[in-house]
Design a protein. Structure first.
Length: 131
């Protein structure tokens, strides 16, 4: 099985480029191995983030069930919300969902004031009526 590359999807998901080419020096290979380790720890962090998110929301749902006596409604809702939040964070971290920009979207421009129709009744600044 030497020289066999991992499937394309796994290289993309884990961010690994496979074995370094033989032309790399020892320092470059060590740097590549360290980079691969960082990427793997990053992925392990994603898994922990997922598990903790689901666990916290499920525990909160269970706590609400205990307080309100609504077994198992809160537990189910908490687990579903935790799973949805964890998937959102996972997709955001993978780049499927773009991060929010720091700047807020531009406010829509106000409509320009409409001209009064000829003969329309308008009020002046001092309260007098003009035609």
């Amino acid at each position: 099985m030497s020289g066999r590359q991992p499937p394309k999807w796994s290289r993309r998901f884990f961010g690994l480029g496979g074995a370094p080419p033989a032309t790399h020096g020892a320092a470059r290979q060590a740097e590549d191995r360290a980079d691969d380790r960082r990427k793997l720890w990053n992925q392990a962090g994603v898994g922990m983030e997922f598990a903790v998110g689901v666990g916290v929301f499920t525990a909160a749902g269970y706590g609400l069930d205990t307080l309100l006596g609504t077994h198992p409604g809160g537990l189910i809702v908490g687990a579903l919300l935790g799973t949805a939040a964890a998937f959102y964070l996972l997709l955001k971290r993978m780049g499927v969902i773009p991060p929010r920009s720091a700047a807020s979207p531009p406010a829509p421009e106000a409509a320009p004031p409409q001209e009064a129709r000829p003969g329309a009744h308008t009020h002046g600044e001092d309260g007098d009526d003009r035609r």
